[in-house]
Design a protein around this ligand. Structure first.
Ligand code: FHN
Length: 604
């Protein structure tokens, strides 16, 4: 720790902890990981030389994970090894990948040291199936990565496929479902390859993170809990600060000593978690280089995904799949550099930032991240995905007035705003500041409190009240998922009297008009629907909505959801009001309810 006095270090550690205080189950080890938020994944190995094709045939699986070519296309091991001959070893410069990571604003790099093919990208003394055997002079890609990471100040992670190994006679392959492998033989693989290789990696390189890859629960696999613990304990013993992900095969719930949870491939977060977590993501679809990749995500999409995860206290590790000459597809390089440009301007809203105490899907214009600043202020970052046509940005649910509001890319130009109880309306400039996502900062002298359970004002000028954002309800309605590709929308099925209650903040006396959307398959008007606000009431009977057609000539007839106006009412008060909706189908009948929309007449 050089000359830094111990108390100062403790102080900084405390500050870092405060900044990410939304996460309660955070090990000290993992603080850097939560702070850093964004990393690079590299899938690169012999499979990169095949590029998703074998002897003219495309990979035999539509998911097109090019790194699976050996297994999917049943390639014999010795022929697979010959792929090394397609590599341009002279041209491969690991430092270039690290430099790209740095330029992209990524803070760590995780390389597939050994993927499912069992081929080691370091000079392994444990197995001859390694990069040292196919290069002259011998290359050690892990060592090169380690040196480059150190040189450029990034952390290094290693991916190690522990469960699956197609090289070792007793490593697991999906084929073992029809050619059984005994636990005894599997343990032989474990003790003579997994344990010594991971020990070798831990001992010879400065590994900050071990990324394992098993996506079936361990009781349903050949791997035993004892084996997993043996592996984890060895890591703890040799490199106590090295992080371990949940795809080791132990969830954080089962073993809180696991440092972070890895979600499914490209699975974005959908809830705040109180422990560190991460999405492994691709720019297109395949992890290893695939010659026919064509599902490139845009820079905007990738940035939205990153922001969305940070808004839920999550991380993202974005993959690159270099070719056998080390080059990257243009699209990957371009997206990463553009993300880096955005992060140079807006990284403050990502690094060390996390969720604020409001639901992350509250606002329809984008997402919120937040953190305490080094100067002791508190900043809420409104990531505006959709620059409102009205140029008014409504922020609902914060109980205090900000001391100042500005665009993160132009702190000197303060933005005018009005604050009414629980609602801050910001006057935006005509043009969005950034082509991807513009970040508006609301600064407070201390962390503001959140008013829970309010429905946010929409950028479309009203309030969307749904069964899922009601703060309370009475009744037994059940949620039905969207069907027919969403042309039958998500809704609730109501068979008997149901009441929903929402809270909405009205900034001034106004006229509110109400519209509802539902599907009712009765032949004539029946049942009732009532909206109550204070002493006002609007009511009507439930109208038949009939059917509609999704696509022609496909026998695709679906229940139709139609909207109905319920009228309007004059409210002479301002502040938080409770909206009640009571729906009562007639005896033996049912209604599929979707939403209630309130329009507030704007003042001049
Ligand atoms: O099978 C692997 C796949 O090849 C890739 O490495 C991904 C990355 O998350 N993990 C497995 C599938 O989930």
């Amino acid at each position: 720790m050089n000359q830094l006095p111990k108390y100062l270090f403790l102080f900084f550690a405390f500050v870092i902890h405060l900044r990410v205080n939304a996460q309660t189950q955070l090990t000290e080890r993992a603080e850097w990981f939560v702070e850093d938020r964004f990393g690079m994944f590299i899938h690169w190995g012999l499979y990169s030389g095949a590029e998703g094709f074998w002897k003219g045939e495309k990979l035999r699986y539509d998911n097109d994970y090019a790194e699976w070519i050996q297994y999917r296309n049943r390639i014999p091991k010795d022929e697979y090894l010959q792929l090394a001959g397609r590599f341009d070893w002279e041209a491969i410069d690991v430092e270039e990948w690290v430099l790209l990571a740095k330029e992209a604003g990524m803070k760590y790099v995780t390389l597939t040291a050994k993927h499912h093919d069992g081929f080691a990208l370091w000079d392994s003394k444990v197995s001859t199936y390694d990069v040292g055997q196919v290069t002259q002079p011998k290359r050690d890609i892990v060592k090169e990565l380690n040196e480059a990471c150190k040189k450029h100040g990034l952390k290094m992670g290693l991916y190690y496929s522990h469960w699956i190994d197609w090289e070792h006679e007793y490593g697991w392959s999906h084929r073992n479902e029809i050619e059984p492998l005994s636990p005894k033989n599997y343990d032989q693989y474990w003790q003579e390859k997994v344990i010594p290789q991971v020990r070798e990696l831990l001992t010879n390189y400065e590994v900050d993170l071990f990324w394992f890859d098993m996506w079936v629960n361990h009781p349903n696999t050949i791997v035993s809990k004892e084996q997993l613990l043996q592996l984890k304990n060895m890591i703890r013993e040799i490199r106590p600060n090295c992080l371990v992900n949940s795809r080791l095969g132990l969830s954080i719930e089962e073993d809180p000593d696991v440092d972070f949870r890895t979600l499914g491939d490209n699975q974005l977060g959908n809830e705040k978690l109180d422990y560190p977590w991460q999405t492994p993501a691709t720019v297109a679809h395949s992890w290893g280089f695939h010659a026919q990749e064509n599902e490139w995500k845009s820079t905007t999409t990738l940035l939205r995904n990153l922001v969305g995860n940070v808004a839920l206290n999550g991380n993202m590790m974005l993959n690159i799949g270099p070719r056998a000459n080390g080059e990257l597809p243009y699209e990957i390089e371009q997206r990463l550099k553009q993300m880096g440009d955005w992060l140079k301007q807006n990284g403050e809203a990502i690094y060390g930032a996390g969720a604020f105490d409001l639901p992350s899907d509250l606002h329809d214009w984008g997402a919120i991240t937040a953190k305490e600043t080094e100067e002791g202020k508190y900043r809420i970052y409104a990531h505006v995905f959709n620059w409102p046509l009205s140029k008014h940005l409504p922020i609902t649910g914060i109980q205090q007035k900000p001391s100042r509001v500005f665009l993160l890319e132009n702190e000197r130009a303060l933005l005018p705003f009005v604050y009414h109880e629980f609602e801050t309306i910001i006057q935006l400039p005509e043009e969005a500041m950034n082509p991807y996502i513009s970040v508006v900062v609301l600064e407070y002298d201390q962390k503001p409190t959140a008013q829970q359970k309010l429905v946010a004002k929409s950028v479309y000028g009203g309030y969307s009240l749904t069964p899922w954002n009601a703060y309370k309800f009475y009744g037994t309605a059940t949620t039905e998922k969207a069907e027919n590709f969403g042309s039958v929308p998500k809704h609730v099925k109501i068979k008997e009297k149901q009441q929903y209650f929402w809270k909405v903040n009205i900034s001034q006396p106004t006229t509110l008009s109400f519209t509802t959307s539902y599907s009712c398959q009765e032949k004539k008007p029946t049942g009732s629907l009532k909206v109550k606000v204070n002493n006002h009431e609007l009511s009507g009977s439930l109208q038949p909505t009939g059917k509609t057609v999704g696509e022609p000539k496909q026998d695709w007839v679906i229940d139709q959801f139609l909207q109905f106006s319920l009228g309007s009412m004059q409210l002479n008060q301002k502040g938080v009001v409770e909206i009640e909706l009571e729906i009562e189908p007639a005896e033996g009948q049912e209604l599929d309810f979707q939403w209630l929309w309130i329009n507030q007449k704007e003042s001049k």
